[in-house]
Write a protein that binds this ligand. Sequence first.
Ligand code: ADP
Ligand code: MG
Length: 729
Amino acid sequence: MEEEEEEQVATEPPKIHRLDESVVNRIAAGEVIQRPVSAVKELVENSLDAHSSSINVVVKDGGLKLIQVSDDGYGIRYEDLPILCERHTTSKLSSFEDLQSIKSMGFRGEALASMTYVAHVTVMTITKGQLHGYRVSYKDGVMENEPKACAAVKGTQIMIENLFYNMSARRKNLQNSADDYSKIVDLLSRFAIHHTSVSFSCRKHGAGRADVSSVATLSRIDAIRSVYGVSVARSLMKVEALDNDPSSSVFQMDGFISNSEYVAKKITMVLFINDRLVDCTALKRALEIVYAATLPKASKPFIYMSIVLPPEHVDVNVHPTKREVSLLNQEVIIEKIQSVVESRLRSSNETQIFQEQTVEPPSSSQIISSKDSNRNPLASGSKSQKVPVNKMVRTDSSDPAGRLHIYLHAEPRGHLEKNTSLTAVRSSVRQRRNPKETADLSSIQELIAEIDSNCHSGMLDIVRNCTYIGMADDVFALLQHDTHLYLANVVSLSKELMYQQVLRRFAHFNAIQLSNPAPLKELIVLALKEGDTDPESTENDELNEKIAEMNTELLKQKADLVEEYFSIHIDKDGNLSRLPVILDQYTPDMDRVPEFVLCLGNDVDWEEEKKCFQVISAALGNFYAMHPPMLPNPSGDGLQFYQKRKLVRNNEGSLSCNTAADDMMMEDEIEHELVAEAETAWAQREWSIQHVLFPSMRLFFKPPNSMATNGTFVRVASLEKLYRIFERC
Ligand code: ADP
Ligand code: MG
């Protein structure tokens, strides 16, 4: 453009002169048609206004060489062709009053005219009932020639060639940025998911395959699936809002928003207001804030929203391309939408974490232990009220279908909704298995495929549909599935689940920050000492130190790898400071860090990729598994451990008969603290088993075949039979 001339340093006031009309038009055109994608938008909107059911776009050279939009709409009348591309010619608006209630996309009659000032425009069109169509070209708002008869099927085809041929600076700018084609693809994707009764396609000139290709469908989610892919569609939830109070706001919103499992680098916000694709920065920002506050890990959502409100409440004239709009009562509307989205996110998040609630605290049942006495896992509970089995599981064997509902939190949301969000979570697992960045690490894919192919379908059904009743002892949980009771080894289950999750989250972990970075060397020494036959002896100290030093050096060298893929952070000084989140809401027992670090240093073969990842994943699995806490369980047999030590002290006390009573008290105190600590650890573990382990297993776990026979899962009783026994009593 001519701006360069104005750069001169002025000594005198420059003379004001009237701009040449063609220059004015070109500047105005440049405002409406800012880049190729804006031309496409105008043309597609015209096609939509013409009631088309199929719109096809072809683009060459990012739109600079050619943009061609073909539709099957009602076409343009022969007699309208001469003024088609003059400014302010439109079939959509004739008076100012119309402006108040306009429903179509265009109305300013500017778009086509603008294009003729900055490009070569050719129109081919045919109206209903005509034997042939017409073809005509335009320049600077006027026809270049009389319309020529041509063959045509239905609708209109408009070709924009050599866009900005007369605006060299703009053209140069655009040529440097090669992303206009992707902008056009993005634009058509957006249209396609809103106008579901229209089929869209977009391809590069000469390309056989279309980059957007949608077919007319009745369902919005089908449209999203076909355009944005299965994994996006699966992580979406429906949202709706409605207000019809003229004193505050009048609008209706419906849309789809992504859940906590949708993780992206950028927010995608597809907003239609009164069927017009627009931006509303204020709304977008408001929703971003909700996501950041509610789902920080999924704070770049996918949002599709369609808002309908009285046309007179929308001001589309704030921007020359009608792109940014402002609404009447904007604050009220935004606030209402914001709160609907927020509560939707919260409820879906809770659904994922708290699957169900057991009714009874973990307690033993002698009936079962007598059935299965050789396992002896059941002696611990010892608050041995007899709980009738039917009461304990709160179920009725004659109505197994209703069983799960009883355990659900009495939340107002419906069962169906809950299920959709569960499905979304499940699918996101699938999505996680194919994250783009790790797709090339085929070893991970192989390990995951091994899990899938080795999955035991019978146990999968149990895991998915069982009810957790409680812990039967330190290691075994009691589960009910249909009319059967099972004992399941929580340690082996959690170990395997963690292993599988490490592979699935590979390279995509959130991190747990350790409050105090732990020196690797000391950890390894500690672990080695634990392994020694006589931990008190100092015999191996020197050797242990050496091993620890070497391992620390090795792990420091591997720091980048373990950080990138496993989010295990080792700093320059050889301290461990971060660990991965494998299951949300769960931190591993830090007493097991030394063992883990030793395993990393000793057992990993860093040369072979697959083996290396597998062993690290297994080591993490073992570390994060829900082992019984190191302190014995004070509520079971473990209480002896604490009593015994107290007894010894009592004896000592009575031997040296002058022991002060105060000392005795002190000793007592310490024991109580230890008991309290142990109780907390055990209670915490049990909480995690119930609220993290089993819900996650339901969603993610693929039980390996070996678990069917190695004692991880044991069927202990059939309820029907138990009832019969009760009846006899
Ligand atoms: P506006 O859309 O604001 O009316 P445009 O410059 O985009 O202005 O289009 C001018 C007129 O050309 C439209 O009002 C419409 O009557 C006609 N027109 C443009 N494209 C098409 C099309 N694909 N099919 C039918 N009519 C069209
Ligand atoms: Mg238009």
